[in-house]
Design a protein around this ligand. Structure first.
Ligand code: SAM
Length: 224
């Protein structure tokens, strides 16, 4: 069972990024793991509605403040990679957002998404916990700063809904992997991480807490 989403992500990004790539980090926040691929990414653009966070991000060539739920200020086929790390769960119009990601991707491009799986009974249970308690768990358990906890909508956050959202926007899946990552929330509480991993081990794959997915424009596969 995979318990590290970054290992799966690395495989998808290795496949997605050829030398000379132009990449968009959608919902970039203050940092990006795409910093590890700057030997292949010649231009790295970040978008976020949190302008203060995006402007702090030191790894971007350009930060563009924008709402991912609206039309993006980029021409068609501008990017080789669109990457969204724990952003889909916040979207209010995921159909519109995925369609925009499709529009700005080149025909040979890739979309790589990491997001929460609400088909996980443990994640669904956390949705029934009051916001103040969830904030405390994220702060004390995972060490997140309060300002970095954003409101969630979970509109495309089951395997079926994510698949449908991607397909309607014109994407074909390259790889969709379900990873057990809840131990992160117990990282600072002795014993809690192990308990969360054990709980996730008992679940079928599609019910693990994190989805790591790679997509390509559908026209590529349908014409090949
Ligand atoms: C959980 S943080 C992840 C940040 C970053 N991707 C990372 O891995 O550190 C979610 C980010 O998505 C951004 N975000 C959420 N909804 C957005 C929207 N509709 N438009 C633009 N950015 C959005 C938030 O401002 C925040 O920076």
């Amino acid at each position: 069972m995979e318990t590290d989403h970054t290992v799966v992500e690395r495989r998808l990004l290795d496949e997605a990024l050829a030398p000379g790539a132009v990449a968009l980090d959608a919902g970039c926040g203050r940092t990006t793991r795409l910093r590890d691929y700057r030997d292949r990414i010649v231009r790295l653009v970040g978008v976020d509605s949190d302008e203060a966070a995006g402007r702090e991000n030191p790894y971007l060539d350009e930060f563009v403040p924008a709402d991912l739920d609206e039309r993006l200020p980029f021409a068609d086929e501008s990017f080789d990679l669109v990457y969204a790390n724990f952003v889909v769960e916040h979207l209010r119009h995921p159909d519109r957002t995925f369609a925009e990601w499709r529009r700005v991707l080149r025909p040979s491009g890739r979309l790589v998404v990491l997001t929460t799986n609400r088909a996980s009974p443990l994640m669904a249970a956390s949705g029934r916990v009051p916001e103040s308690v969830r904030l405390a768990i994220k702060r004390r358990g995972a060490g997140a700063a309060e300002g970095d906890v954003y409101p969630t909508a979970y509109l495309a956050n089951t395997p079926a809904r994510l698949a449908q959202t991607a397909a309607s926007a014109g994407f074909e899946p390259v790889s969709v992997v379900f990873v057990a990552t809840l131990h992160r929330y117990g990282a600072r509480v002795p014993g809690a991480g192990g308990l969360l991993t054990a709980a996730e081990r008992m679940l079928p794959a599609g019910r693990r807490s994190t989805i790591v997915a790679g997509y390509e424009p559908a026209s590529l596969t349908s014409s090949s």
